[in-house]
Design a protein around this ligand. Sequence first.
Ligand code: SF4
Ligand code: SF4
Length: 625
Amino acid sequence: MARSWRRCARSRRKRKQARLRHRESRFVNVITADKSRCRSSYRCVRSCPVKAIRIQDGRAEVAPERCIGCGLCVRSCSRQALSVRSDLEPLRALLEAEKVVAILAPEYVAAFHPQQPDQVHAALEQAGFFGVEEMVLGEELVALEYQRLLSDFRGETLIRSTCPGAVAWIQKYRPALVPLVAPVVSPMIAQGRLVKATYPGRVKTVHIGPCPARKIEATGPAVKDAIDLVLTFDELRRLFDELGIDLRIAHGGNGNRQRPLLLKEASLVDGFPREQLENRTMLDNEFRVARGVGDISRLIGALEEGEASARLLDVSLCEGCADAPISWSLSLFARRKIISDYYRHCREASKTQITLEQLRSRLPSVAMARPFEAERIDEEFPPARELTRILGEGGMCDPQQQLDCGACGYDTCREQALAISRGLAEWEMCHPRQRRLLSGLVDRLRELSTTDGLTGLINHRTFTERLEEELHRVERYSKLVSVLMVDIDMFKTVNDTLGHLAGDEVMVAIAKRIADSVRGSDIVSRWGGDEFGVILPETDKTQAFAVAEKLRTKIQDEPLKLLSAGNESELEVTVSIGVATSDGPRTSDEIMTDADKALYLAKTRGRNRTELGGDLPVAPAPEEG
Ligand code: SF4
Ligand code: SF4
């Protein structure tokens, strides 16, 4: 019954997951999962700020509808079971068929350090790129656009973000805030459009940067004209490896590569308008910065509660793209220094006298505005009774069992139950619950391995272990121990005439009588077949004989009522008992052999008797009829 109920719950969960997968096929998935590598540690669930990891049969995969492309799960997985989707295959097709311009995010100088920027450019040309650009002008244009927007802004609050992950979070998880997001493209889109507008003929653009969320951004309907493909630095490294390009010796072109022009005149990192930070102080409440989902969420909460105020919020998932969660070989400080040193050097080496405004007037104009739309995800809240049912399924109805320990990746057990109802999680993720189940299972296995299934008495193996313990005690403390070997007389006849059910009933009843007739400290076992063994610690031969006789007469005097043979049916049963005692160093085999010999003596002397073991003659036992 319980099993079929569990099966039912499991198939309900599977159906729900299949429905979700169908719906999700419309969303871009930038994280791929290799389930064979997943070892169910749920670290990715713990690291995902929006709980976009779905666990099915203990293995992780990403729910694209919920994912904002931050890449934290990839960094958290020590088994590399999750990775950023590779776009090398479409890149190869693009390189074969089209003129492709690579656009490098500024962080590339740190990502490929100590190789020089010139070497990266040369390697890209060797790989077949038609042109290589740096995303500098894009940042400058975006900064100018923000300057213009902010100087005209008369509203209450504006959210500025060039971080596609932060924007995706607002679109999916705070859709009501979408109208507050500044309608400006990111530097990647600006640069892509600029490249397409300035290069002669038709070119394709490939953005190369650290952030997987850019792969989602590039496919947005309002901007998909700008960038044809997004690669991460890791993908670029793999491309170089595949093509056998060694960055250390890469060379190409005429060695007179133009340094990026007009560097950082209007923008700080990520197209942040430099002007915006001038004359700001720490006491300035107009401008607030939040990094990471938790921080952004708290800041927005504080603004909504009136605990804080701000006209301009600058939000992103990381501390700038130099902090993107990929595997860097250098610290964040070192990366930032390398990037700023490089651009400072470019600026100083630049011979051009042209200003940004002058240059902009000569550049083709590209669209810098973009709309953002809410992308509400399906955050179903099941009715309370459904949540209670799910909690019950996990054995969590009792609040005492709800530890809210967070080991599953969810802060509370109720959140975990909610995730289960949404097809994202399963109770097997709950470590305390699994531990509870496991220890119950271990107890059960221990019980099964030590007891006899029919009578509930300990089994032969456990009896022998206990007897050996007693014999050690006898040897060490000069004590006594006696054993009884009890055998049901003519048991075969019971089985043959009344059937095995009746035989089992007799076994159970005799086991109970033996157990009821001895002390709590005595040990009763089913020795095997229709024989029982009893250990009587600290009992001498005379006392043991008396115990055996009391037991034998009790069984003889009280016929058994057999249910299987009809209500009125009574059966007279007798037992024969062999007694053996040890007061010195003996093995369990030796003392049981003595008891066995005494038992056979009782059988040969007419059954329904007790005999004492010791130096007894070995007589053949009579046939049990
Ligand atoms: S990329 Fe970020 S949002 Fe997407 S599943 Fe991974 S951690 Fe979650
Ligand atoms: S007790 Fe289980 S369900 Fe609750 S938070 Fe901990 S791991 Fe998650």
